[in-house]
Design a protein around this ligand. Structure first.
Ligand SMILES: NC(=O)c1ccc[n+]([C@@H]2O[C@H](COP(=O)([O-])OP(=O)(O)OC[C@H]3O[C@@H](n4cnc5c(N)ncnc54)[C@H](O)[C@@H]3O)[C@@H](O)[C@H]2O)c1
Length: 378
């Protein structure tokens, strides 16, 4: 008999859909002691909520998240709302003794992130930040290769996260759909939205970052407001960001992100170069991991593309037969499966608020370095 875990989800947008899908998929595909129950979903947009709840199979609805937190029949609060809401919800949910799953970036800044981390740790309840890209099988395989020492000493980490959806000056800012362009809601631009993923993956793969030197740019200085189209307002997010990093283990890193890379929809890449070999990943080809081993016979030595869809590759035995590719949404399901397994075993199996805080520290240092034109220590 599986143990029921009642979920209370907040937010019915992009991540609300991705997480709802994972709650439905995880049980049939992963053999776990805990079974998520889609107990209640909450959203400030009632019309959206009323269409969303039956579509995804949520049993009940709330329009005010405070009410959701007060319900005794909710075990887990899952936060899929814009970044400026995370702090208030987490602080109240920790006080209410809920298990908390929070979308990234954890907070608007380090000060908030620290308070949130201390609050969830004090509550003693399990917690997770949804850094889903760690759970793409090819990325998890890269981590396995690094951990096994197959690359030897690591010299370089090189990451890019590129999109192109804000190039037009006609894209407005703010409102429900475009809060990512409003710094008062998003906290930052590509640094918190995209580089948070790259930074988390880098530190998970090869260890902590000790200092950074960054530059940012806002290419379009003013945009119309989505909710008041006759008004224009200064754009205060970073449209693009590039930074150099020193890792604690002596490796050097370069990170670049923009929403102005024409043709790039969601290109998330990294390459790691070590003494004995290298690996490279590109989300636009998510089922492949490029691997170079200097130990191979010199006549056949070269980059090989591992098709990460065999039964012994990370997570793949849970899905179809070897060779059947999986997609974007599966990484969220893997993150959830790891979280539930961690709950079952009483072990940490996924990124928690401490990890989210570590990434927040790097993001804040990156923005501060860009503003002050100098290297920042983490
Ligand atoms: N892990 C990832 O890859 C990934 C991808 C996209 C977004 N995110 C993160 O997920 C979070 C949500 O992003 P999204 O793209 O789903 O946003 P979205 O705009 O698509 O959806 C946000 C939802 O929250 C609701 N909402 C806003 N304020 C609320 C409030 N006070 N109370 C209740 N509901 C409220 C909105 O009505 C909407 O349904 C953000 O923190 C974002 O950074 C993570």
């Amino acid at each position: 008999m599986k143990k029921k875990l009642n979920i209370g989800l907040i937010g019915c947008g992009f991540m609300g859909r991705a997480h709802s899908n994972s709650y439905r998929q995880v049980g049939p595909f992963f053999d776990l002691a805990y079974e998520p129950v889609l107990k209640a979903v909450c959203c400030d947009n009632e019309e959206q909520l009323k269409a969303f709840a039956p579509n995804w199979g949520w049993q009940s609805i709330e329009t005010d998240w405070h009410k959701l937190l007060n319900r005794d029949d909710i075990d887990v609060i899952d936060i899929c709302t814009p970044n400026n809401t995370h702090y208030d919800i987490v602080m109240a949910a920790a006080k209410a003794g809920k298990i908390i799953l929070c979308e990234k970036p954890l907070a608007m800044n380090v000060a908030q992130g620290l308070e949130m981390t201390e609050a969830v740790e004090k509550s003693g309840k399990a917690n997770m930040v949804w850094f889903n890209y760690r759970r793409v099988p090819a990325v998890t395989l890269a981590k396995q290769i690094v951990d096994e020492g197959q690359l030897g000493r690591i010299f370089h980490y090189r990451a890019k996260y590129l999109q192109d959806w804000t190039i037009s000056p006609d894209v407005p800012q703010g409102g429900d759909a475009l809060w990512r362009l409003d710094a008062s809601v998003a906290g930052s631009g590509v640094t918190g939205d995209l580089l948070a993923h790259s930074i988390d993956m880098a530190m998970w793969m090869i260890g902590g970052i000790s200092s950074v030197c960054a530059m940012t740019e806002t290419f379009i200085k003013q945009r119309k407001l989505q909710n008041e189209p006759d008004k224009v307002k200064a754009v205060t997010i970073d449209d693009a960001c590039a930074f150099l990093a020193r890792f604690e283990n002596g490796a050097l890193g370069t990170f670049e992100s923009t929403r102005y890379a024409r043709g790039r929809k969601n290109q998330n890449t990294f390459e790691i170069n070590g003494e004995k070999g290298s690996v490279a990943f590109d989300l636009e080809n998510a089922h492949e991991l490029a691997y170079f081993s200097h130990g191979d016979d010199s006549l056949v030595r070269g980059w090989r593309n591992i098709q990460v869809w065999d039964a012994d590759h990370p997570y793949m035995k849970h899905w179809w037969v070897p060779g059947c590719a999986i997609g974007y949404e599966h990484a969220h399901t893997h993150a959830l499966a790891d979280f539930l397994l961690g709950l079952e075993k009483g072990e940490k199996k996924c990124p928690d608020f401490r990890d989210g805080l570590a990434t927040q520290c790097v993001c804040d240092a990156v923005l501060s370095s860009a503003n002050n034109n100098k290297w920042e220590k983490i």
